[in-house]
Design a protein around this ligand. Structure first.
Ligand code: ADP
Ligand code: ASP
Ligand code: MG
Length: 464
C-alpha cells in the first residue's frame, strides 16, 4: 500500500491511513507500506534549496521552524500514545536539525548539485514515514520504519531521476524487509528516495513513491500493489479540468502506462515497469472513499470495453521546438544528429513530428529546458549546412487522447480533429504512434482546457 502526499497531508489523514492499514492487517492481509512526503513539502524543499543556493540564509531558519511546526502538529493528531508521540517528535527534531545543517552548507558553498538537491528532497519522506509508523504502532500493531536505502533500494547515479538496479535491489529487499512481512510486522518505507551503490541518497523522479511501491511489490512478490490517493482511481480526464469525469474501473498495463506518461498525474510514468514483467495487478484507489474498489490495472481487462476513446489528458509546461533547413532533405542521419545534440545535454524529447518533405521537424520538450535546447542546437548545428533555423514556441500544451480500442477503429482521428476544428481551435502539431493507443496533438496552452472539454463531450466520456 502506497499513500500519496494528500493522503498523509495532515495528522488527521495520517490517522485515517493507520486505520485503513489496521483494518486490512486485522483481516489477515500482510502489508508493506510506502509513504510520500506530506502534501506540498517536496515543492517547498525545492524552493528553499534554490534560495539557499543564492546564499539566502535568512529563509532557512524560518523554513525549518515552519516545517517542524507542521510535522509536530501532525504527530500530535496522528498519534495518541504519549510515549510514541515523544519518540516520533524526537526523530522529527533530529531530522530537521540535520536538514538545517545541509541547507546552511548549501548557502555557504552557493552551489546546488543534482546530488545535494536529492539529499535535500529526501527529507520530505524521511519526516513523513516515522509519523505513519508511529500512528500504526499506536494501533498496537508491530511495525518497523525504513528509508528506501535501508530497505535495500539501490539505484544508478542519475540523481533526480534514478532507476533501480533491480537484481541487487530485489536481493536486498527480500533479505531486509521480507522476514518482517513473514512474521506479520508492517514495514513502513519512505517512497521516492533510495541510494546509489556508494550509499549516496538518490531520488527516482517527482511523484516517485508510486515507483518505490511497485519496486517493493515486485521484490516481495506481493499479490497486488495498491496506490491510495486523493481521487477514486484513474479518471477519463483530470477531475480538476472536467468535474464530470468518470472513474475507469479497469485498464490494461499498456493503457495505464500511456496515461501515466501523458500526464494523468495519478501515477509515476515508470512505476508500471517492474509490475508488468512480474504481472502483479495494481489498484489505484481513494483514501477518502475506501469503499470504492478503484481502478484495477492488469495485463488485460477482464471485461472488454467497446469504447475506442477512454481518456483525454492535458500536458502543460511544455514547449515546441522547430528545426528546419533544406540541408536535412535526403540527408541520412540528420534527425539523429538533432536528437544526439539534445540527448547529450540531457534534454528529453517527449513527442516528435516530421513531414515527408524532411525539411523540418517539430519536437515537444519540457518548458524549463527550452533555453538550453535552443542554445545547444544553435551552437552545434546552425550554419553547418544542415539546419538553417531553430525556433521555439513556449505557450503550447499537448492533448493526448487514449484508448486501446482506437487501434483499428476507423474515423477516431477525424472525429477528434473535427471536434477541435468546430471549437475554432488551431492544431500546431500532430503525432500518432503506430501502437494506435493514443493520438497526441499540440494546441496553444490557453486553448488546452477547452479542447479537453470538447473531446470529453464528443466521445461522451462522462457516460463511460
Ligand atoms: P498523490 O499525492 O496521491 O501521489 P498526485 O497528486 O500525484 O497524488 O496524483 C493524483 C492527482 O492526479 C489527482 O488529484 C488529479 O487531480 C490528478 N490527475 C490528473 N489526471 C488524472 C486522471 N486522468 N485521473 C485521475 N487523476 C488525475
Ligand atoms: N514527494 C515526492 C514528490 O512530491 C514523491 C511523491 O510524492 O510520490 O514528488
Ligand atoms: Mg503522485
Amino acid at each position: 500500500m502506497k499513500f500519496g502526499g494528500t493522503s498523509v497531508g495532515t495528522g488527521e489523514n495520517i490517522r485515517r491511513v493507520a486505520d485503513l492499514v489496521t483494518r486490512y492487517a486485522r483481516n489477515d492481509c500482510r502489508i508493506a507500506v510506502v509513504v510520500s512526503a506530506l502534501a506540498g513539502v517536496t515543492n517547498s524543499l525545492i524552493e528553499v534549496a534554490c534560495q539557499a543556493k543564492k546564499s539566502d540564509e535568512k529563509h532557512i531558519d524560518a523554513f525549518t521552524k515552519e516545517l517542524l511546526q507542521k510535522h509536530i502538529e501532525a504527530v500530535a493528531v496522528a498519534i495518541t500514545n504519549k510515549q510514541i508521540q515523544k519518540e516520533v517528535t524526537l526523530i522529527t527534531e533530529r531530522t530537521i536539525a540535520e536538514l538545517e545543517k545541509v541547507l546552511t552548507g548549501i548557502s555557504y558553498v552557493g552551489e546546488l548539485t543534482p546530488k545535494s538537491k536529492d539529499y535535500v528532497l529526501s527529507f520530505g519522506e524521511r519526516l513523513s514515514a516515522p509519523i505513519v509508523w508511529g500512528a500504526i504502532k499506536d494501533h498496537k500493531l508491530e511495525t518497523q520504519c525504513f528509508t528506501g536505502k535501508e530497505a535495500g533500494i539501490v539505484t544508478d547515479s542519475n540523481f533526480g531521476d534514478a532507476d533501480p538496479l533491480m537484481n541487487y535491489t530485489t536481493h536486498l529487499i527480500r533479505e531486509r524487509v521480507g522476514p518482517l512481512l513473514e512474521k506479520g510486522t508492517i514495514p513502513v518505507v519512505t517512497g521516492f528516495i533510495a541510494a546509489n551503490q556508494d550509499g549516496i541518497v538518490t531520488t527516482v523522479g517527482r511523484g516517485g513513491s508510486d515507483y518505490t511501491a511497485t519496486i517493493l511489490g515486485v521484490a516481495l512478490q506481493v499479490d497486488e500493489v495498491w496506490i491510495w490517493t486523493d481521487v477514486d482511481g484513474i479518471m477519463t480526464a483530470d477531475p480538476r479540468i472536467i468535474p464530470t469525469s468518470k472513474m475507469l474501473p479497469e485498464l490494461s498495463y499498456q493503457e495505464a502506462a500511456e496515461m501515466a506518461i501523458f500526464g494523468a498525474k495519478a501515477m509515476h510514468p515508470r512505476a508500471l515497469g517492474p509490475v508488468i514483467e512480474a504481472k502483479i495487478p495494481v489498484r489505484i484507489r481513494s483514501t477518502m472513499h475506501p469503499e470504492n474498489p478503484g481502478t484495477l490495472i492488469t495485463e488485460s481487462e477482464k471485461t472488454k470495453s467497446a469504447t475506442a476513446v477512454k481518456a483525454v489528458a492535458l500536458i502543460k509546461d511544455v514547449a515546441m521546438v522547430n528545426v528546419s533547413g533544406a540541408g536535412m532533405v535526403g540527408a541520412p542521419g540528420s534527425y539523429a544528429r538533432v536528437f544526439d545534440v539534445l540527448g547529450k545535454h540531457s534534454i528529453n524529447v517527449m513527442m516528435v513530428s516530421t513531414a515527408v518533405s524532411e525539411a523540418n521537424m517539430s519536437m515537444i520538450i519540457r518548458r524549463n529546458l527550452v533555453g538550453r535546447a535552443l542554445s545547444t542546437l544553435e551552437i552545434a548545428l546552425l550554419g553547418r549546412g544542415l539546419i538553417s533555423e531553430v525556433i521555439a514556441e513556449d505557450d503550447v500544451a499537448v492533448v493526448a487522447v487514449m484508448g486501446a480500442n482506437m487501434k483499428g477503429t476507423l474515423g477516431t482521428a477525424s472525429r477528434i480533429f473535427a471536434t477541435v476544428a468546430n471549437a475554432g481551435i488551431n492544431i500546431r502539431m500532430i503525432a500518432q504512434g503506430s501502437s494506435e493507443l493514443n493520438i497526441s496533438f499540440v494546441v496553444k496552452e490557453k486553448d488546452g482546457a477547452a479542447v479537453v472539454k470538447s473531446i470529453h463531450e464528443e466521445f461522451q466520456l462522462d457516460q463511460i
